[in-house]
Unconditional design. Structure first.
Length: 442
Protein backbone atom coordinates (compact mmCIF):
# COMPACT_ATOMS: atom_id res chain seq x y z
CA UNK A 1 0.00 0.00 0.00
CA UNK A 2 1.15 3.53 -0.80
CA UNK A 3 0.97 6.53 1.45
CA UNK A 4 -1.05 9.45 0.07
CA UNK A 5 1.45 11.83 1.66
CA UNK A 6 4.39 10.12 -0.06
CA UNK A 7 2.71 10.16 -3.49
CA UNK A 8 1.90 13.88 -3.20
CA UNK A 9 5.49 14.57 -2.09
CA UNK A 10 6.94 12.51 -4.93
CA UNK A 11 4.97 14.56 -7.48
CA UNK A 12 5.72 17.82 -5.64
CA UNK A 13 9.43 17.06 -6.01
CA UNK A 14 9.01 16.53 -9.75
CA UNK A 15 9.26 12.77 -9.97
CA UNK A 16 7.26 10.55 -12.29
CA UNK A 17 4.62 8.34 -10.71
CA UNK A 18 4.02 4.69 -11.50
CA UNK A 19 0.73 3.42 -12.91
CA UNK A 20 -0.05 1.88 -9.51
CA UNK A 21 0.52 5.18 -7.71
CA UNK A 22 -1.77 7.03 -10.12
CA UNK A 23 -4.50 4.38 -9.81
CA UNK A 24 -4.16 4.56 -6.04
CA UNK A 25 -4.73 8.35 -6.00
CA UNK A 26 -7.55 8.48 -8.55
CA UNK A 27 -9.51 5.47 -7.30
CA UNK A 28 -8.91 6.38 -3.66
CA UNK A 29 -10.40 9.80 -4.34
CA UNK A 30 -13.35 8.40 -6.33
CA UNK A 31 -14.18 5.95 -3.54
CA UNK A 32 -14.04 8.73 -0.96
CA UNK A 33 -11.02 7.27 0.80
CA UNK A 34 -8.79 10.20 -0.08
CA UNK A 35 -10.14 13.56 1.12
CA UNK A 36 -10.49 16.67 -1.06
CA UNK A 37 -7.59 18.49 0.60
CA UNK A 38 -5.09 15.78 -0.28
CA UNK A 39 -6.38 15.37 -3.83
CA UNK A 40 -6.30 19.16 -4.24
CA UNK A 41 -2.66 19.25 -3.15
CA UNK A 42 -1.89 16.40 -5.53
CA UNK A 43 -3.56 18.21 -8.46
CA UNK A 44 -1.64 21.40 -7.64
CA UNK A 45 1.61 19.38 -7.66
CA UNK A 46 0.66 18.06 -11.12
CA UNK A 47 -0.17 21.59 -12.20
CA UNK A 48 3.34 22.79 -11.32
CA UNK A 49 5.42 19.70 -12.15
CA UNK A 50 3.50 18.29 -15.11
CA UNK A 51 3.35 14.65 -16.15
CA UNK A 52 5.31 12.48 -18.56
CA UNK A 53 3.45 11.05 -21.57
CA UNK A 54 3.36 7.71 -19.79
CA UNK A 55 1.85 9.22 -16.63
CA UNK A 56 -0.79 11.05 -18.70
CA UNK A 57 -1.72 7.79 -20.44
CA UNK A 58 -2.01 5.97 -17.12
CA UNK A 59 -4.13 8.76 -15.64
CA UNK A 60 -6.43 8.68 -18.67
CA UNK A 61 -6.79 4.90 -18.68
CA UNK A 62 -7.59 4.88 -14.98
CA UNK A 63 -10.37 7.44 -15.53
CA UNK A 64 -11.72 5.44 -18.51
CA UNK A 65 -11.84 2.32 -16.31
CA UNK A 66 -13.75 4.19 -13.59
CA UNK A 67 -17.00 4.00 -15.58
CA UNK A 68 -18.94 2.52 -18.45
CA UNK A 69 -17.33 1.95 -21.84
CA UNK A 70 -19.50 2.20 -24.92
CA UNK A 71 -19.29 -1.02 -26.90
CA UNK A 72 -19.63 -0.28 -30.60
CA UNK A 73 -18.61 -3.78 -31.72
CA UNK A 74 -22.11 -4.50 -33.13
CA UNK A 75 -21.44 -1.80 -35.69
CA UNK A 76 -19.45 -2.98 -38.67
CA UNK A 77 -16.38 -1.11 -39.86
CA UNK A 78 -14.12 1.65 -38.57
CA UNK A 79 -16.02 4.11 -36.35
CA UNK A 80 -14.69 7.64 -36.47
CA UNK A 81 -15.34 10.53 -34.10
CA UNK A 82 -14.49 14.20 -33.86
CA UNK A 83 -13.99 16.38 -30.82
CA UNK A 84 -13.51 20.11 -30.56
CA UNK A 85 -12.07 21.80 -27.49
CA UNK A 86 -14.87 24.28 -27.83
CA UNK A 87 -15.51 27.59 -29.39
CA UNK A 88 -18.30 30.00 -30.14
CA UNK A 89 -20.85 29.26 -32.84
CA UNK A 90 -19.16 25.96 -33.64
CA UNK A 91 -21.59 24.40 -36.09
CA UNK A 92 -19.13 21.79 -37.40
CA UNK A 93 -20.72 18.57 -36.09
CA UNK A 94 -23.95 19.16 -38.01
CA UNK A 95 -22.07 19.68 -41.29
CA UNK A 96 -19.06 17.44 -40.96
CA UNK A 97 -20.71 14.20 -39.83
CA UNK A 98 -23.23 13.95 -42.69
CA UNK A 99 -20.43 14.74 -45.19
CA UNK A 100 -18.22 12.03 -43.70
CA UNK A 101 -21.04 9.46 -43.65
CA UNK A 102 -21.96 10.34 -47.26
CA UNK A 103 -18.31 9.74 -48.24
CA UNK A 104 -18.00 6.24 -46.76
CA UNK A 105 -17.06 7.01 -43.13
CA UNK A 106 -19.01 5.60 -40.18
CA UNK A 107 -20.29 7.97 -37.51
CA UNK A 108 -21.78 6.46 -34.35
CA UNK A 109 -21.75 9.44 -32.08
CA UNK A 110 -23.01 10.08 -28.59
CA UNK A 111 -22.80 13.65 -27.62
CA UNK A 112 -23.63 15.87 -24.67
CA UNK A 113 -26.03 18.72 -24.26
CA UNK A 114 -23.29 20.90 -22.92
CA UNK A 115 -23.28 23.94 -20.72
CA UNK A 116 -22.22 26.77 -22.91
CA UNK A 117 -23.08 29.88 -24.85
CA UNK A 118 -25.41 27.76 -26.96
CA UNK A 119 -26.71 24.25 -26.58
CA UNK A 120 -24.63 21.25 -27.63
CA UNK A 121 -25.14 19.31 -30.85
CA UNK A 122 -28.10 17.35 -29.48
CA UNK A 123 -29.87 20.55 -28.39
CA UNK A 124 -29.36 21.99 -31.86
CA UNK A 125 -30.74 18.81 -33.44
CA UNK A 126 -33.79 19.01 -31.19
CA UNK A 127 -34.81 22.16 -32.99
CA UNK A 128 -35.73 19.88 -35.92
CA UNK A 129 -39.40 18.97 -35.30
CA UNK A 130 -39.77 15.38 -34.06
CA UNK A 131 -36.03 14.61 -33.96
CA UNK A 132 -35.28 11.94 -31.33
CA UNK A 133 -31.94 12.37 -29.58
CA UNK A 134 -32.57 9.29 -27.47
CA UNK A 135 -32.59 5.97 -29.27
CA UNK A 136 -32.59 2.44 -27.81
CA UNK A 137 -29.18 0.81 -28.27
CA UNK A 138 -30.55 -1.64 -30.90
CA UNK A 139 -32.04 1.16 -32.99
CA UNK A 140 -28.80 3.17 -32.74
CA UNK A 141 -26.80 0.18 -34.00
CA UNK A 142 -29.37 -0.57 -36.73
CA UNK A 143 -29.34 3.03 -37.99
CA UNK A 144 -25.55 3.23 -38.18
CA UNK A 145 -25.29 -0.14 -39.91
CA UNK A 146 -27.90 0.98 -42.44
CA UNK A 147 -27.14 4.65 -43.14
CA UNK A 148 -23.68 5.02 -41.50
CA UNK A 149 -24.71 7.80 -39.15
CA UNK A 150 -26.53 8.42 -35.88
CA UNK A 151 -26.11 11.31 -33.48
CA UNK A 152 -27.65 10.67 -30.08
CA UNK A 153 -27.61 12.00 -26.58
CA UNK A 154 -25.10 10.40 -24.31
CA UNK A 155 -26.68 8.38 -21.52
CA UNK A 156 -23.76 6.20 -20.41
CA UNK A 157 -21.83 7.25 -17.32
CA UNK A 158 -18.48 7.86 -19.01
CA UNK A 159 -15.37 8.48 -16.92
CA UNK A 160 -17.08 9.39 -13.62
CA UNK A 161 -13.62 9.86 -12.06
CA UNK A 162 -13.08 12.77 -14.43
CA UNK A 163 -16.35 14.39 -13.35
CA UNK A 164 -15.35 14.24 -9.69
CA UNK A 165 -11.78 15.40 -10.29
CA UNK A 166 -12.93 18.19 -12.62
CA UNK A 167 -15.23 19.62 -9.95
CA UNK A 168 -12.27 19.81 -7.57
CA UNK A 169 -9.98 21.32 -10.24
CA UNK A 170 -12.59 23.93 -10.96
CA UNK A 171 -12.57 25.03 -7.32
CA UNK A 172 -8.78 24.93 -6.83
CA UNK A 173 -7.37 26.76 -9.89
CA UNK A 174 -5.98 23.54 -11.38
CA UNK A 175 -8.08 23.32 -14.54
CA UNK A 176 -5.51 24.71 -16.96
CA UNK A 177 -2.90 22.00 -16.70
CA UNK A 178 -2.14 20.30 -20.01
CA UNK A 179 -1.89 16.69 -18.76
CA UNK A 180 -5.05 17.13 -16.67
CA UNK A 181 -7.02 18.63 -19.58
CA UNK A 182 -5.71 15.99 -21.99
CA UNK A 183 -6.59 13.19 -19.57
CA UNK A 184 -10.03 14.67 -18.96
CA UNK A 185 -10.96 15.03 -22.62
CA UNK A 186 -9.39 11.78 -23.79
CA UNK A 187 -10.90 9.67 -20.99
CA UNK A 188 -14.37 10.58 -22.26
CA UNK A 189 -13.43 10.12 -25.91
CA UNK A 190 -11.79 6.72 -25.34
CA UNK A 191 -14.76 5.53 -23.28
CA UNK A 192 -17.08 6.57 -26.14
CA UNK A 193 -15.60 3.75 -28.19
CA UNK A 194 -14.54 5.11 -31.60
CA UNK A 195 -11.62 3.52 -33.47
CA UNK A 196 -10.32 6.85 -34.70
CA UNK A 197 -10.62 10.37 -33.35
CA UNK A 198 -9.96 13.70 -35.05
CA UNK A 199 -9.45 16.56 -32.63
CA UNK A 200 -9.92 20.24 -33.29
CA UNK A 201 -7.86 22.12 -30.72
CA UNK A 202 -8.74 25.79 -30.77
CA UNK A 203 -6.39 28.64 -30.05
CA UNK A 204 -7.01 32.39 -29.76
CA UNK A 205 -9.09 34.82 -27.75
CA UNK A 206 -12.23 32.66 -27.77
CA UNK A 207 -10.43 29.43 -26.90
CA UNK A 208 -9.54 27.54 -23.80
CA UNK A 209 -5.87 27.56 -24.89
CA UNK A 210 -5.27 31.17 -25.89
CA UNK A 211 -1.60 30.70 -26.83
CA UNK A 212 -0.58 28.58 -29.82
CA UNK A 213 2.27 26.88 -27.89
CA UNK A 214 -0.21 25.63 -25.26
CA UNK A 215 -2.67 24.41 -27.89
CA UNK A 216 0.16 22.55 -29.61
CA UNK A 217 1.31 20.90 -26.37
CA UNK A 218 -2.28 19.87 -25.59
CA UNK A 219 -2.78 18.44 -29.10
CA UNK A 220 0.47 16.45 -28.91
CA UNK A 221 -0.43 15.02 -25.49
CA UNK A 222 -3.91 13.96 -26.63
CA UNK A 223 -2.58 12.37 -29.84
CA UNK A 224 -0.02 10.40 -27.79
CA UNK A 225 -2.66 9.25 -25.31
CA UNK A 226 -5.01 8.06 -28.08
CA UNK A 227 -2.32 6.32 -30.11
CA UNK A 228 -0.99 4.51 -27.03
CA UNK A 229 -4.56 3.36 -26.36
CA UNK A 230 -4.67 1.85 -29.86
CA UNK A 231 -6.78 4.50 -31.58
CA UNK A 232 -5.90 6.35 -34.78
CA UNK A 233 -5.46 10.04 -33.99
CA UNK A 234 -5.13 13.36 -35.76
CA UNK A 235 -5.38 16.81 -34.25
CA UNK A 236 -5.71 20.08 -36.09
CA UNK A 237 -4.97 23.37 -34.39
CA UNK A 238 -7.31 26.09 -35.60
CA UNK A 239 -8.16 29.66 -34.76
CA UNK A 240 -10.90 30.85 -32.44
CA UNK A 241 -10.17 34.58 -32.69
CA UNK A 242 -13.79 35.19 -33.71
CA UNK A 243 -16.94 33.08 -33.76
CA UNK A 244 -17.07 30.35 -36.41
CA UNK A 245 -19.35 31.14 -39.34
CA UNK A 246 -22.08 33.71 -38.83
CA UNK A 247 -24.73 31.99 -36.72
CA UNK A 248 -24.51 31.56 -32.94
CA UNK A 249 -27.53 29.83 -31.45
CA UNK A 250 -29.42 26.60 -31.96
CA UNK A 251 -32.02 26.61 -34.76
CA UNK A 252 -30.05 29.33 -36.57
CA UNK A 253 -26.95 27.11 -36.46
CA UNK A 254 -28.97 24.24 -37.95
CA UNK A 255 -29.97 26.61 -40.72
CA UNK A 256 -26.32 27.61 -41.20
CA UNK A 257 -25.34 23.93 -41.34
CA UNK A 258 -27.92 23.27 -44.07
CA UNK A 259 -26.64 26.24 -46.09
CA UNK A 260 -23.09 24.96 -45.73
CA UNK A 261 -24.10 21.47 -46.88
CA UNK A 262 -25.61 23.18 -49.95
CA UNK A 263 -22.30 24.96 -50.62
CA UNK A 264 -23.61 28.39 -49.62
CA UNK A 265 -22.22 28.53 -46.09
CA UNK A 266 -19.58 30.73 -44.51
CA UNK A 267 -16.15 29.87 -45.93
CA UNK A 268 -14.40 29.46 -42.56
CA UNK A 269 -16.99 26.90 -41.46
CA UNK A 270 -16.90 25.06 -44.79
CA UNK A 271 -13.08 24.87 -44.88
CA UNK A 272 -12.90 23.66 -41.29
CA UNK A 273 -15.46 20.92 -41.98
CA UNK A 274 -13.69 19.83 -45.16
CA UNK A 275 -10.32 19.68 -43.38
CA UNK A 276 -11.52 17.82 -40.29
CA UNK A 277 -13.64 15.48 -42.39
CA UNK A 278 -10.84 14.70 -44.84
CA UNK A 279 -8.70 13.61 -41.90
CA UNK A 280 -11.59 11.47 -40.60
CA UNK A 281 -11.91 9.75 -43.99
CA UNK A 282 -8.18 9.22 -44.25
CA UNK A 283 -7.74 7.58 -40.83
CA UNK A 284 -10.87 5.50 -41.52
CA UNK A 285 -9.08 4.02 -44.54
CA UNK A 286 -11.87 5.00 -46.95
CA UNK A 287 -9.67 7.47 -48.83
CA UNK A 288 -6.46 6.37 -50.53
CA UNK A 289 -4.63 9.64 -49.85
CA UNK A 290 -5.29 13.01 -48.23
CA UNK A 291 -5.83 14.39 -51.71
CA UNK A 292 -8.52 11.79 -52.36
CA UNK A 293 -10.04 12.51 -48.93
CA UNK A 294 -10.32 16.24 -49.68
CA UNK A 295 -11.88 15.44 -53.06
CA UNK A 296 -14.47 13.18 -51.47
CA UNK A 297 -15.43 15.83 -48.91
CA UNK A 298 -15.77 18.57 -51.51
CA UNK A 299 -17.78 16.27 -53.79
CA UNK A 300 -20.20 15.49 -50.96
CA UNK A 301 -21.01 19.21 -50.88
CA UNK A 302 -21.24 19.83 -54.63
CA UNK A 303 -23.25 16.69 -55.48
CA UNK A 304 -25.64 17.22 -52.55
CA UNK A 305 -24.97 13.81 -50.98
CA UNK A 306 -24.06 15.36 -47.60
CA UNK A 307 -27.37 17.21 -47.44
CA UNK A 308 -29.19 14.03 -48.48
CA UNK A 309 -27.41 12.17 -45.68
CA UNK A 310 -28.54 14.73 -43.12
CA UNK A 311 -32.12 14.26 -44.32
CA UNK A 312 -31.78 10.48 -44.09
CA UNK A 313 -30.53 10.79 -40.54
CA UNK A 314 -33.34 13.17 -39.57
CA UNK A 315 -35.90 10.75 -40.97
CA UNK A 316 -34.26 7.72 -39.33
CA UNK A 317 -34.42 9.48 -35.96
CA UNK A 318 -38.09 10.45 -36.23
CA UNK A 319 -37.63 14.03 -37.37
CA UNK A 320 -39.40 15.84 -40.16
CA UNK A 321 -37.02 15.84 -43.16
CA UNK A 322 -39.09 18.62 -44.76
CA UNK A 323 -37.61 21.00 -42.20
CA UNK A 324 -34.27 20.60 -44.00
CA UNK A 325 -35.74 21.91 -47.29
CA UNK A 326 -38.00 24.43 -45.64
CA UNK A 327 -36.20 25.95 -42.67
CA UNK A 328 -39.28 28.03 -41.82
CA UNK A 329 -40.38 24.87 -40.01
CA UNK A 330 -37.57 25.36 -37.45
CA UNK A 331 -38.20 27.30 -34.21
CA UNK A 332 -38.03 31.06 -34.65
CA UNK A 333 -37.57 33.97 -32.29
CA UNK A 334 -40.32 36.59 -32.03
CA UNK A 335 -38.25 39.35 -33.59
CA UNK A 336 -35.16 40.00 -35.67
CA UNK A 337 -33.48 43.22 -34.60
CA UNK A 338 -30.33 44.68 -36.18
CA UNK A 339 -27.56 45.84 -33.85
CA UNK A 340 -25.83 48.76 -35.52
CA UNK A 341 -22.24 49.85 -35.67
CA UNK A 342 -21.52 52.93 -33.51
CA UNK A 343 -18.80 54.13 -35.95
CA UNK A 344 -17.21 53.95 -39.39
CA UNK A 345 -14.12 51.80 -39.92
CA UNK A 346 -12.87 48.23 -40.03
CA UNK A 347 -13.57 45.43 -37.57
CA UNK A 348 -10.24 45.02 -35.82
CA UNK A 349 -11.07 42.54 -33.08
CA UNK A 350 -14.03 40.51 -31.83
CA UNK A 351 -14.02 39.00 -28.36
CA UNK A 352 -15.52 35.64 -29.33
CA UNK A 353 -16.21 34.66 -25.74
CA UNK A 354 -18.20 37.83 -25.11
CA UNK A 355 -20.24 37.28 -28.28
CA UNK A 356 -20.99 33.79 -26.97
CA UNK A 357 -22.08 35.24 -23.65
CA UNK A 358 -24.31 37.72 -25.50
CA UNK A 359 -26.01 34.78 -27.28
CA UNK A 360 -26.39 33.07 -23.94
CA UNK A 361 -27.93 36.24 -22.50
CA UNK A 362 -30.56 36.04 -25.26
CA UNK A 363 -31.43 32.56 -23.96
CA UNK A 364 -29.47 30.39 -26.43
CA UNK A 365 -27.48 28.55 -23.75
CA UNK A 366 -27.91 27.19 -20.26
CA UNK A 367 -26.23 27.90 -16.94
CA UNK A 368 -27.35 24.76 -15.09
CA UNK A 369 -28.23 21.34 -16.42
CA UNK A 370 -31.93 21.92 -15.67
CA UNK A 371 -32.21 25.25 -17.52
CA UNK A 372 -34.34 25.41 -20.61
CA UNK A 373 -32.88 26.72 -23.86
CA UNK A 374 -34.79 29.00 -26.20
CA UNK A 375 -34.03 27.20 -29.46
CA UNK A 376 -35.13 30.06 -31.71
CA UNK A 377 -32.93 32.85 -30.38
CA UNK A 378 -29.37 33.71 -31.35
CA UNK A 379 -27.01 36.09 -33.07
CA UNK A 380 -26.33 36.25 -36.79
CA UNK A 381 -23.13 38.16 -37.51
CA UNK A 382 -23.01 40.51 -40.48
CA UNK A 383 -19.44 41.72 -39.95
CA UNK A 384 -16.31 39.78 -39.04
CA UNK A 385 -12.66 40.71 -38.54
CA UNK A 386 -11.32 42.69 -41.51
CA UNK A 387 -14.75 43.80 -42.79
CA UNK A 388 -15.41 47.45 -43.52
CA UNK A 389 -18.41 48.93 -41.75
CA UNK A 390 -20.31 52.23 -41.85
CA UNK A 391 -21.84 53.88 -38.83
CA UNK A 392 -25.44 52.65 -38.48
CA UNK A 393 -24.85 49.54 -40.60
CA UNK A 394 -25.77 46.27 -38.82
CA UNK A 395 -22.91 44.41 -37.13
CA UNK A 396 -25.34 41.59 -36.45
CA UNK A 397 -28.99 40.61 -36.47
CA UNK A 398 -30.31 39.49 -33.09
CA UNK A 399 -33.02 36.83 -33.09
CA UNK A 400 -34.75 37.63 -29.83
CA UNK A 401 -37.93 36.96 -27.92
CA UNK A 402 -37.50 39.06 -24.79
CA UNK A 403 -36.86 42.81 -24.53
CA UNK A 404 -34.96 42.71 -21.24
CA UNK A 405 -32.68 39.93 -22.42
CA UNK A 406 -32.12 41.81 -25.68
CA UNK A 407 -30.87 44.93 -23.89
CA UNK A 408 -28.31 43.00 -21.82
CA UNK A 409 -27.17 40.94 -24.81
CA UNK A 410 -26.77 44.05 -26.98
CA UNK A 411 -24.63 45.78 -24.35
CA UNK A 412 -22.33 42.75 -24.12
CA UNK A 413 -22.18 42.34 -27.87
CA UNK A 414 -21.23 45.95 -28.63
CA UNK A 415 -18.48 45.81 -26.00
CA UNK A 416 -16.99 42.80 -27.77
CA UNK A 417 -16.38 44.61 -31.10
CA UNK A 418 -13.36 46.82 -31.71
CA UNK A 419 -13.63 49.05 -34.76
CA UNK A 420 -10.55 50.88 -35.99
CA UNK A 421 -9.75 53.25 -38.81
CA UNK A 422 -7.13 51.10 -40.53
CA UNK A 423 -7.67 48.16 -42.85
CA UNK A 424 -6.90 44.80 -41.17
CA UNK A 425 -6.43 41.30 -42.54
CA UNK A 426 -8.72 38.47 -41.43
CA UNK A 427 -6.96 36.23 -38.86
CA UNK A 428 -4.98 33.15 -39.87
CA UNK A 429 -7.28 30.15 -39.51
CA UNK A 430 -5.33 26.87 -39.80
CA UNK A 431 -2.18 26.54 -37.70
CA UNK A 432 -0.98 22.95 -37.69
CA UNK A 433 -1.74 19.27 -37.96
CA UNK A 434 -0.46 16.84 -35.35
CA UNK A 435 -0.39 13.07 -35.77
CA UNK A 436 1.83 10.17 -34.71
CA UNK A 437 4.46 11.31 -37.23
CA UNK A 438 4.77 14.77 -35.69
CA UNK A 439 3.70 18.33 -36.40
CA UNK A 440 3.03 19.76 -39.85
CA UNK A 441 2.45 23.48 -40.15
CA UNK A 442 -0.51 24.48 -42.27
N1 LIG B 1 -12.79 20.11 -21.21
C1 LIG B 1 -12.79 18.95 -20.53
O1 LIG B 1 -13.58 18.05 -20.79
N2 LIG B 1 -11.90 18.80 -19.53
C2 LIG B 1 -11.00 19.75 -19.21
O2 LIG B 1 -10.23 19.53 -18.30
C3 LIG B 1 -11.03 20.95 -19.91
C4 LIG B 1 -11.93 21.10 -20.93
CA1 LIG C 1 -21.72 29.22 -36.53
Amino acid sequence: MFSVYEVIKKKRDGNALSKEEIDFMVMGFVKGEIPDYQMAAFLMAVFFKGMTAEEAVNLTQCMVDSGEKVDLSAIKGFKVDKHSTGGVGDTTSLVLNPLVAASGGIVAKMTGRGLGHTGGTVDKLESIPGFQVELPKEKFVENVNKIHIALISQTADLAPADKKIYALRDATATVDSIPLIAGSIMSKKLAAGADGIVLDVKTGSGAFMEKYEDALALAKTMVDIGELAGRKMVSLITSMEEPLGFAIGNAIEVKEAIQTLKGNGPKDLEELCVNLGANMLFISGVASSMEDAFKKMRNAITDGSGLKKLKEMVEAQGGNPEAIDNTDLLPKAKEEIPVESPSDGFVRRIDALEVGLAAKALGAGREKKEDKIDLGVGIYLKKKIGDEVKKGEPLAIFHTSDEKKFAEAKRRFLASYEIGTERVDPPKFFYAKVDKNGVTEM
